[in-house]
Design a binder for this molecule. Structure first.
Ligand code: GLY
Length: 362
């Protein structure tokens, strides 16, 4: 079992995504980076740091020096203070532009490390080693890096491509079940926006997916990575409308995430946002009632939430205004023209969104 995807940037080969079941291939690939005279800093968080016990002894032989920078797990660490601490850590150890950062963890680790790599000495190389389902199929691919700023999510950042994405599927076995299933929010979204057959496959294989059956996981993660790859290759900086399609379920999903103070996981809020986007796609006459219900059923099958208690429609709608301000005063709402085919709709109103929240906000 092994898969390799070659990702292009500007129509030129840029980096590979390797999908494996352990770290063996990582060590041999790292040899090709010619690091014998270089330093590596593994950046990780307090939940994932234990994995460095396996990695460090194997990497030590391949480079001059390995250090580990660990920060407290969670979105609260995804800010410039952590970036400054990492700068200090690298400066103290004389990291120069030929040295390498290795992001070992979920989306927070990858985004923060990538942003630090993009700015330290005007850019040093970094490798993504995503350990959560969500980061394996989404945030590690496509070069979006950044941190939150004064409560605004991903407000400061840069497009900066990794030198390699290495996915070790076995890391999913140590993820808390809830976090694993939250990643299914983005995966099902890939089916909604790009691939009806994949959506059907997810529906048919949900029991095996939930049981972390390895061949099933391998196919699923490869297919989701392929979908994300095709989108970011075509529209790397989200200027052509294609990459924006990945925001299906995110306008209301992000707003819900903010209103519940990030107490629900990102993929869970995306799932609820997808329900609203499916309802709007039906209300606008794009998809049938059966397709809307089928979409919601798949989210439910993955044990993802499709409704939420304790937040008001006003607060959710108010939170979407930030998206609007950031984009020429228009919300680029992503709808489905059919299952597997998404489009931008700039005519979706606050009333449309309000209606979609009925029965979703309990
Ligand atoms: N996660 C959305 C994107 O990479 O554009």
């Amino acid at each position: 079992m092994a898969s390799t995807l070659h990702v292009n940037y500007d129509n030129k080969p840029c980096y590979d995504i390797l999908i494996e079941n352990d770290y063996e291939r990582f060590y041999s690939v790292l040899k090709d980076f010619n690091l014998s005279e270089r330093k590596i800093c593994i950046v990780t968080d307090s939940n994932v740091a234990f994995k460095t016990e396996e990695l460090v002894p194997n990497i030590e032989n391949l480079c001059k020096e390995v250090s580990v920078f660990t920060f407290p797990a969670g979105e609260a660490s995804k800010n410039l203070d952590t970036v400054y601490e990492l700068y200090d850590f690298l400066i103290k150890r004389n990291f120069d532009r030929n040295d390498l950062l290795l992001a070992l963890g979920g989306g927070v680790v990858g985004d923060m490390t990538g942003f630090t790599a993009s700015t330290y000495l005007r850019g040093i190389k970094f490798i993504q080693m995503p350990t959560s389902l969500l980061s394996q199929v989404d945030s590690s691919i496509g070069g979006k890096t950044g941190v939150d700023y004064k409560g605004y999510k991903n407000m400061v950042g840069a497009f900066y491509q990794p030198s390699l994405v290495y996915i070790n599927l076995s890391t999913l076995k140590t993820l808390p079940k809830r976090e694993y299933l939250s990643g299914m929010g983005e995966i099902i979204k890939h089916g909604f926006i790009k691939d009806r057959a994949y959506l059907d496959w997810l529906n048919d294989n949900m029991d095996k997916i939930k049981a972390l059956d390895l061949p099933t996981l391998e196919y699923m993660i490869k297919r989701s990575c392929e979908i994300k790859q095709a989108v970011v290759e075509y529209d790397p900086k989200e200027t052509l409308g294609e990459r924006a399609l990945l925001n299906f379920g995110h306008t209301l999903g992000h707003a819900i995430e903010k209103c519940c103070n990030f107490t629900n996981l990102h993929g869970e809020c995306v799932s609820i946002g997808c329900v609203c986007a499916l309802k709007i796609s039906y209300a606008k006459g794009y998809i049938s009632k059966e397709d809307m219900e089928y979409g919601i059923l798949i989210l439910k099958k993955a044990n993802l939430p499709t409704d939420i208690k304790g937040i008001s429609a006003d607060s959710v709608l108010n939170a979407t205004k930030h998206d609007k301000k950031m984009d020429s005063n228009k919300i680029k709402f992503i709808i489905l023209k059919s299952l597997g085919d998404a489009a931008i709709d700039t005519e979706i109103t606050i009333d449309d969104m309000n209606e979609s929240l009925e029965g979703v906000l309990l």
